[in-house]
Design a protein around this ligand. Sequence first.
Ligand SMILES: [Zn+2]
Length: 161
Amino acid sequence: MGRNVAALSACAALAFTFASWASAASKQVPLERALQRLTGQTFSVACLSKAEFGQARWAGITELDSPPRIFLAPQTCDALLRRAGTDAFDRAFAVKTLTHEAGHALLITACEYKAESYAMTNWQRLYRMLAHASPTPAQIAYVDATHNQLPPQYLSPGQFC
Ligand SMILES: [Zn+2]
């Protein structure tokens, strides 16, 4: 499709230091409301600044605490918030990422397969809530392509499943 498929994967953290982020990360109320409509539960969603994110390689991460907290990478937030330099493909991938993290939070699991399965089933619904329009066939094909290139633990049950 003439476009590099994003290699970034989403992940859940069990033992990670989030304390330094909790105060500085920027809370995203509209995203929290959309997730509440999607899941029926309340999760905190925050965007990390480029300084906080540093050289990390993930797109989103979920702290499986009580209640779970979702942190998003700067490029994920840029796409979700339709900032300059992002496009419709970035947006679709970012919505799938957020849905994946919601899967971790909703199912309270570190299993990548379960979170990714939840994401692939539900991301188009969340996209419609956020964009007030359905994803295009090209966006759906792009998300499918990124999904198919994920590491094995996302595609079949592995550790923590
Ligand atoms: Zn994950």
